[in-house]
Design a protein around this ligand. Sequence first.
Ligand SMILES: [Fe+2]
Length: 326
Amino acid sequence: MSLKSKALKQADNQQIRKQQREIDALKRKIEILDQANQDLEESLAKARSSRIKLPTQGKTRTSKGAFIRFFVPDSHGAHVDEAALKAMLADIEYLKPRQVVFMGDHLDCGGFLAQHQTLGFVAETEASFEDDVNAANQFLDSVQSLCPNAEMHYLIGNHEERIEKFIITQTLRHGRDAAFLMRLWGPAAVLNLESRGIPFYNKSETYAGCRVQGTIKLGHVFATHGTRHGKNAAAQMLNRFGANVVFGHVHKLLSFGDRNVRDGEMGAWSVGHISRQQPLWRHGDPTDWTQGYGFQIVQPSEDFLHINVPIIDGKSYLSSLGKLIS
Ligand SMILES: [Fe+2]
């Protein structure tokens, strides 16, 4: 190789090394810019993302020490609906309640005890008072045999009250005669409540913790037969009680919830009925009654979950629950 060629080659090599250095420098710049771009994108994504983080799951409440409180709705003695009765008894067996509250109207006291309601309506008097008493006793026998160790309470309903009204009228308001006949024929007597070990709560007396007659308080809830009618009965009852209250009387499954600053959440529940949907005294006028009953899952703290269970065409689907979640 000539000297000239050698010099040219050296110059080329120098040029190549210089260009390589420039390329390396450019690559570093690109890397730095890529990193900066990535950092910017990340911070932009962070700035755009919501700061709200929702919890995924709470703790399942323990069932240790919890129990079932069962509310037996109006059944009306000889006028009970047999399919609804069977469905409710099956659910009692399934739920195994520790507390049972008979909400009243388990005697119908139709016929001569109903006086003006059935005047001239002969078919309604087909069932005698004796039939009515027998039916109600069979009903109590069935419930007691399904949960023999349960604590039970029996609230008077307006239909049981017919006996007392009849006796007072017949005895011409003679107090001692009326009291004597009540001991013989009163609801507690004909239903053998004393020998059954079931306390009876009358409309003429008040009971511990209650300012109104015929009402009891169990844990955090009042229970009473009820006086209100119509679709707004639960709201009206909650307004009057200002506390959790369960009642019967309206023959409808109803619930109404409210909250105030002093007491927090509270509710009123009407637990339906299991008597015939279309009694004769309605003279073909369609009722808006709904069959069913109520129960509560009561925690050791006495906080509770109230559930109204509908019975539709003689069927309750409550017992499917255990099979679905077990
Ligand atoms: Fe009733």
